[in-house]
Write a protein that binds this ligand. Structure first.
Ligand SMILES: Cc1ncc(COP(=O)(O)O)c(C=O)c1O
Length: 360
């Protein structure tokens, strides 16, 4: 049986372990908790309920635009990046789509719900899950309506550079292919500026970039995400179909506060970078593990020189209350891979000690 990263209630039910006793290394949420400024203004968060949000969400768009360095007209807020995945698939008439895989499963579910014909461009493990640009460019000549790319990619934590994305977009333009780049994890990358396609939305109207507040700002319950898109027709189409006040005022207030919290942003970047380096080095010492270079706040690992499967490792870990993500259900992967996200130093040690002890 496989579980999604946030299926903690399902785990509680099946394994009979109270969810308070489970440490979730599969949700990919920043361990520093909510941004400091939001906690300081907890009272104001509550009082935000007393008024309707602005129907146009102008203030929120302005704050998000400032944060990413664009104009507010290019920002589309959404109920988590999930809503924007659904919008993209719905409003770009996608009869045929190309998905770079293995990747986040929601893209496929949404495409399938709409009867889309999906092809997969598989990242090869022997190429360290690095995108083969020339091959992808060749594949694009098959005329797709939509290309879906997750950057950094969930679950492999691999990344594509902004220059490569530009080449992809130029190729997509030739075939009228729209490109969705999901940057849910981009702020965690040690080279975020070099891989983010956000600035390319100024010059490419066949690009929509998705961002999330859930992971980096540690607020998955807020349900706030946004898209960056320079294509005004598409923006008007998406925003024009939203129900009035589709985001509540707490998301509006909190969203504006969160992205201005420079101390929290810097602390997160430094903490994740330090832990990522430390944990990778620690796991690399084992002859039973192959650790792939991570760009996100999670680490993708293959079990080697052992008969143990990722499913078995998951089972043993969950019995200790440690919930990792067995990646065997991802398209293009098998029973040897797993993923876990970085939590506090103590929790990272707890999990890595367990893994090193169990696989040997
Ligand atoms: C790659 C990716 N995109 C989008 C999402 C959904 O995020 P949100 O909470 O913003 O809807 C997730 C959640 O795990 C994810 O991993």
């Amino acid at each position: 049986m496989s579980f999604h990263g946030s299926d903690i209630e399902k785990i509680e039910e099946i394994y009979g372990i109270p969810k308070e006793n489970i440490i979730c290394y599969s949700g990919n949420v920043n361990p520093l908790g909510l941004p400091y400024s939001l906690l300081e203004k907890a009272d104001m968060v509550v009082h935000a309920m007393e008024s309707y949000p602005d129907r146009e969400y102008n203030e929120l768009k302005k704050c998000l635009a400032e944060y990413v360095g664009t104009v507010k007209e290019n920002i589309l807020p959404g109920n988590g990046s999930t809503e924007l995945i659904i919008d993209t698939v719905e409003f770009i008439s996608s009869k045929t789509a190309l998905m770079v895989a293995p990747t986040y499963s929601e893209y496929e579910s949404e495409l399938k719900k709409r009867g889309c014909n999906i092809r997969y461009f598989i990242l090869r493990e022997e190429e360290n899950f690095k995108l083969n640009l020339e091959e992808l460019k060749g594949e694009l000549s098959n005329n797709y309506d939509l290309l879906l790319l997750c950057n950094p990619n969930n679950p492999t934590s691999s990344a594509v550079s902004k220059d490569e994305i530009m080449e992809i977009l130029l190729e997509c333009r030739k075939y009228n292919t729209m490109c969705m780049v999901d940057e849910t994890y981009v702020e965690f990358s040690p080279v975020g500026e070099d891989i983010s396609a956000a600035s390319l939305t100024e010059s490419f109207d066949n690009l929509i970039v998705l961002r999330s507040i859930s992971k980096f700002f540690s607020a998955p319950g807020l349900r706030l995400g946004y898209a960056i898109c320079g294509n005004r027709d598409l923006n008007n189409l998406i925003m024009g179909r939203k129900m009035p006040w589709f985001l509540h005022n707490i998301a509006v207030f909190a969203g504006c506060e969160i992205v201005r919290d420079k101390n929290f942003i810097n602390d997160t970047i430094h903490f994740i970078d330090k832990e990522r380096k430390r944990v990778v080095e620690k796991l690399k010492s084992s002859e039973y593990l192959k650790v792939y270079e991570p760009h996100a706040n999670f680490i993708f690992v293959r079990l080697i020189n052992t008969d143990m499967t990722s499913e078995e490792l998951f089972e043993r870990a969950i019995m200790k209350g440690l919930m990792i993500r067995d990646c065997s259900d991802f398209r293009g992967l098998d029973k040897g891979c797993f993923r876990f996200c970085l939590l506090t130093e103590e929790k990272n040690n707890m999990l890595t000690d367990f893994i090193l002890d169990t696989v040997k």
